[in-house]
Design a protein around this ligand. Structure first.
Ligand SMILES: NC(=O)c1ccc[n+]([C@@H]2O[C@H](COP(=O)([O-])OP(=O)(O)OC[C@H]3O[C@@H](n4cnc5c(N)ncnc54)[C@H](OP(=O)(O)O)[C@@H]3O)[C@@H](O)[C@H]2O)c1
Length: 309
């Protein structure tokens, strides 16, 4: 953990690890904005939705079931519309894309927040390792499907993690995406979170080549005691709980994704990686354009094989 995170040192943006989502949106009027977030029913996603609606945005809140999405959307004060999006099921993601298109509103920001971490034993979805599929492939289908609806100055925010540095040495193990040649819970989580940064970098590059002002960023939210650790075994949970004095609160944890999605200063840059609401340096692999291209091509092939799209 960087010293600035521990000390709460204010960075060039004027924010720090102590800043909350409420702090980074102070004075912003988000009325008229439509912001989609995945994983709106829990942890950072719920807090993000709570603050964005409080500032006047309409949130398109995605969760794995209608009941979860509806309950979460009903419990915030502002405008929140529920959508079903099970990222492990490509057809559910495509149905979500269709439902959002039918909703018909231009999208100002897509916040890809939902995620799973450190599944103890290898699990596969459609023949692919589960964290890679849910954290990366599901979001790829969603974002690519909604690009036409993203405003000309719209933003995509990929909620990655410092954990992306735990990815395999070569970055993405294209010859082991089913995990059959070896599986480690943390390495697989790292690979999926590296994929999130590479996807943001690819999108940023594509946006810089079209004639729009769209941008894409990836972020690390910090370490926050949410439900994310639910798959970890007791020993791992005990180790993690020793660090609890350094944890961010959930409002602090939601700050960086909210900053990247709506703060005017974050619109002046493209393809950045933010930590504690300030620009940070991701791993070397995360900055490799060839790896980003290879991942994009491979993911397109996976999606075409599974859905015909
Ligand atoms: N908390 C941290 O310390 C930390 C650190 C670094 C990065 N992050 C990242 O922050 C993001 C949010 O995590 P969190 O801490 O808020 O965890 P969380 O409380 O566990 O929330 C995760 C959300 O993702 C949803 N989700 C899980 N599997 C899904 C699937 N197959 N399809 C659709 N949605 C699914 C969950 O829905 P259900 O409730 O229905 O399962 C939940 O809404 C994740 O991407 C995580 O990797 C968190």
């Amino acid at each position: 953990m960087p010293l600035s995170t521990l000390l709460g040192t204010t960075g060039p943006t004027g924010f720090s690890s102590k800043s909350t989502a409420e702090d980074v949106t102070e004075g912003l009027d988000l009325s008229g904005k439509n912001i989609l977030i995945t994983g709106c029913n829990s942890g950072l996603g719920y807090e993000t939705m709570r603050i964005l609606t409080q500032r006047g945005a309409r949130v398109l809140g995605c969760a794995r079931s209608q009941e979860k999405a509806q309950t979460a959307c009903d419990s915030v004060d502002g405008l929140a519309v529920p959508f079903v999006c099970e990222l492990a099921d490509p057809h559910s993601v495509l149905a979500c894309v269709e439902a959002v298109r039918e909703f018909g509103e231009p999208i100002d920001a897509l916040i890809c927040n939902a995620g799973i971490m450190a599944i103890p034993k290898l699990e596969t979805i459609q023949g692919y390792e589960k964290q890679f599929f849910v954290n990366h492939v599901g979001h790829f289908i969603l974002v690519r499907g909604l690009l036409e609806q993203l405003r000309d100055d719209g933003r995509v925010v990929m909620v990655s993690s410092y954990g992306h540095t735990m990815a395999p040495r070569d970055g993405i193990q294209f010859d082991n995406l089913d995990g059959e040649k070896g599986y480690s819970a943390w390495r697989a989580y790292g690979q999926s979170k590296l994929a999130n940064v590479l996807f943001a970098k690819s999108l940023a590059r594509k946006f810089s080549e079209d004639d729009t002002n769209r941008i894409a960023h990836a972020i690390h939210p910090g370490v926050i005691n949410t439900e994310l650790g639910r798959h970890m075994n007791g020993v791992m949970q005990a180790i993690m709980s020793m660090g609890k004095f350094f944890y961010k609160s959930t409002p602090q944890g939601a700050a960086t994704q909210v900053y990247a999605a709506v703060h005017p200063d974050a619109a002046a840059r493209n393809g950045k990686y933010y930590t504690d609401c300030n620009i940070a340096q991701p791993s070397k692999n995360a900055c490799d354009p060839e790896l980003a291209d290879a991942l994009w091509e491979k993911t397109e092939a996976i999606v075409a094989e599974l859905t015909g799209h």
